[in-house]
Design a protein around this ligand. Structure first.
Ligand code: KG4
Ligand code: ZN
Length: 357
């Protein structure tokens, strides 16, 4: 039979990502236009700027992915596009362009849920039969879920306040890590990881773990952020710092917060695994956990989660780093899985289905 070709389009936040994959699970071509460097100057994603830049990049991004794949729009069998959740004005740019291509070349369109795509894309790289457990940790989300099928998820817990990446970005900013040239071009989370590696006293700052007594699988990161700011202010006063000066213990403080985030994630994950065991949700041969989202790139955090998984007889997986962060590959992959299952394939997609949630 004919090889299926899927085009994936992602514009839910600040990255314009496209990819072309085929029915043999091969990535044929991809493109990514990241707005990160621009938004850093605003201290967060600016919706107006995001909208403008997606509009500026969407045509180039699609053309580049198709060119690299050596395919034309007409050779595509279906167009998968993120419809939720995300920034409404960002989502609309991708959906509008997908609708335009769909009409022009009479191609079916497949609506994709951004989180489901994060949770499923590991299946493109590993043999991961359902069910498995997923931990999604990024700048916009934090959740633990059971993945029973491509469109069947059971949520165990989510963050009650900030996402872990959001907190790492904020504390990196507050510690002025961007003023150190090695960190000026990386994300806040990556800067914290690099600084923590240089720590000579990783136990210097102790953090109280959040929600220790809560008998559920939810997360909370805002308390850790506040605790870090208090410790930072105390040190700034002790050293009598002013303006742009950075505390001498900055590496130790990064190690402390990274360790607290890792421990909290590992602790809540352990609860979810115990819950699954108690309720027979995962049989012994299906003990698999996928970690995805931008924060999964952090090796210390990943290893901490892997450690508790190992102890409970689980294997731990994560997609390649550039597929953990927002990208078009995961959208194309989810499109391919839906085409294979013949579910959610549309001849037309209404703009009302675009949902920031
Ligand atoms: O998945 P992603 O690209 O976007 C969404 O938030 O959906 O994740 C970006 C987040 C940022 O907060 C960034 O600081 C964090 O992932 N991140 C990291 C690392 N690399 C990226 N956090 C910790 N350690 C890293 N190495
Ligand atoms: Zn994401």
């Amino acid at each position: 039979s004919k090889n299926t070709i899927i085009l994936g389009i992602e514009t839910s936040c600040d990255d314009t990502g496209c990819a072309v994959i085929d029915g043999k699970n091969s990535l044929l071509g991809e493109s990514l236009y990241s707005q990160n460097a621009i938004h850093i100057r605003f201290g967060g994603v600016n919706p107006l700027v995001a909208h403008e830049l997606h509009r500026e990049n969407i045509e180039k991004a699609v053309a580049e992915a198709l060119n690299k794949a050596n395919k034309t729009s007409n050779e595509v069998d279906a167009i998968a596009v993120t419809t939720k959740p995300g920034l409404l004005v960002s989502l609309q740019v991708g959906v509008k362009y997908a609708r335009y291509l769909s009409k022009k070349y009479s191609k079916p369109i497949v609506p994709i849920h951004h989180m489901e795509a994060h949770a499923l894309v590991a299946r493109m790289y590993y043999d991961l039969p359902f069910p498995y457990i997923v931990l999604l940790i990024s700048g916009g989300h934090c959740l633990l879920a059971l993945v029973k099928d491509i469109n069947d998820f059971v949520l165990f817990g989510k963050s009650l306040d900030n996402a872990p990446g959001e907190v790492l970005d904020k504390v990196a900013r507050r510690m002025k890590l961007k003023n150190i040239s090695e960190y000026s071009k990386v994300s806040g989370g990556r800067a914290v990881e690099m600084a923590a590696q240089l720590s000579t006293n990783p136990g210097l700052f102790e953090f109280t773990l959040p929600l220790l007594r809560h008998r559920d699988c939810n997360f909370s990161f805002s308390g850790l952020k506040d605790a870090l700011v208090r410790k930072l202010i105390k040190k700034e006063h002790e050293h009598n710092l002013k303006g742009d000066e950075i505390i001498p213990e900055v590496n130790d403080l990064c190690a402390g917060i990274q360790c607290a985030v890792a421990e909290h994630l590992a602790h809540r994950t352990q609860r979810a695994l115990m819950y699954c065991e108690k309720n027979n949700l995962i049989s012994p041969e299906n003990r698999r956990l996928v970690v995805s989202g931008g924060v999964a790139c952090n090796n210390f955090i990943f290893e901490s989660i892997k450690f508790i998984c190992n102890n409970m007889g689980y294997n731990t997986y994560r997609p390649p780093a550039n597929v953990c962060t927002d990208n078009g590959v995961m959208i194309a992959w989810n499109g391919l899985e839906k085409v294979r299952k013949q579910c959610d394939i549309r001849s037309e997609l209404s703009m009302q289905e675009v949902d920031p949630e």
